[in-house]
Design a protein around this ligand. Structure first.
Ligand code: PEP
Ligand code: MG
Length: 297
């Protein structure tokens, strides 16, 4: 089977009848990309920027962030890189006590101050990160992704700050800014969210956790993540249909994107991209090559 998978390295990601579905990588550290060249990926669909922050005891400076971001962009050449804004809180606790006086994760951190909620409480941190990402974007194709969105207002506020940074820096091309769909309520108002978003990326890990009331870090309920619960499919369909109506791209970046039992569904829901750990890409490319495109939206 290993040999067979190798045959899917460095080829286009298509169904048996030629319909393209881009397969991209979820990346936490730039070093992971060393193996990407042996696989052939269509871009980075999710760069989890928080890992840069979790590994230092002090908040990384704009320059330190820029260096890491631009190294990803340079490595990918003309392929797109979707950089997610800092998503700490929840299962990724922070250590910057100097910045977090009077802020903690709350009694239930996964429902507390995390993702964009935290960023909007730390506008200086958000600005610094946006500036570094916008600068890196000048050297390639960068999309910015907002984590844990629950309201249109959150998206609008981030966009406003990004626009300020963009004009302060005197940059040439605006970057696209998209929304993570990972809270059930957000999927339910996907038409409204699409009006203020340049693209959607569906985070099935948190979407599953919140929809099925099953803590993603609790082994006892881990079986719920692989079950492919019908409620998750409903929310994914709503999001994909809203994206289609609004004419914006939509992708899946949670663990379900690496589950071959879901590949045909994602193909047929007109996903633009599936983003997953690098070591799953060949398996999904092979599965995709066995499926026929039969649109269901
Ligand atoms: C998700 O929630 O599905 C996701 C991709 O983000 P993370 O796993 O980093 O929370
Ligand atoms: Mg998430």
């Amino acid at each position: 089977a290993q040999m067979e998978l190798k045959a899917f390295a460095n080829i286009a990601s298509r169904s048996c009848d030629g319909h393209e579905l881009k397969l991209m990588a979820n990346v936490e550290f730039p070093e992971e990309l060393e193996i990407a060249d042996n696989i052939g990926i269509d871009g980075i669909g999710l760069y989890r920027s928080e890992f840069l922050f979790l590994n230092c005891s002090e908040m990384p400076s704009e320059e330190q962030q820029f260096e890491q971001y631009v190294s990803l962009v340079r490595h990918m050449g003309d392929k797109p890189v979707t950089m997610r804004l800092l998503d700490i809180g929840g299962d990724k606790p922070w250590r910057y006590h100097d910045l977090t006086t009077n802020i903690d994760g709350g009694a239930n951190p996964s429902m507390g101050l995390r993702g964009v909620r935290l960023l909007l409480r730390w506008p200086d941190v958000l600005r610094c990160q946006l500036r570094a990402m916008l600068r890196a974007g000048e050297e390639g194709t960068v999309h910015i992704l907002i984590p844990m969105v629950t309201t249109c207002e959150e998206v609008k506020q981030v966009r406003e700050i990004a626009e300020q940074c963009y004009s302060e820096l005197g940059l040439k091309k605006p970057l696209s800014i998209g929304t993570m769909i990972e809270v059930p309520g957000t999927a339910l108002i996907a038409d409204e969210i699409a009006k203020v978003s340049d693209f959607f990326s569906i985070g099935t890990n948190d979407l599953t956790q919140y929809t099925l009331a099953a803590d993603r870090t609790d082994e006892e309920v881990a079986h719920l993540y692989q079950s492919g619960h019908a409620a998750i499919l409903q929310l994914i369909k709503l999001s994909a249909a809203a994206a289609k109506r609004a004419g914006i791209p939509v992708s899946v970046c949670g663990e379900l994107s690496a589950n071959p039992e879901w590949t045909a569904t994602f193909l047929n829901l007109d996903m633009d991209c599936l983003s997953m750990s690098l070591n799953k890409v060949l398996k999904i490319r092979r599965e995709l090559s066995r499926q026929k495109y039969e649109p269901i939206l």
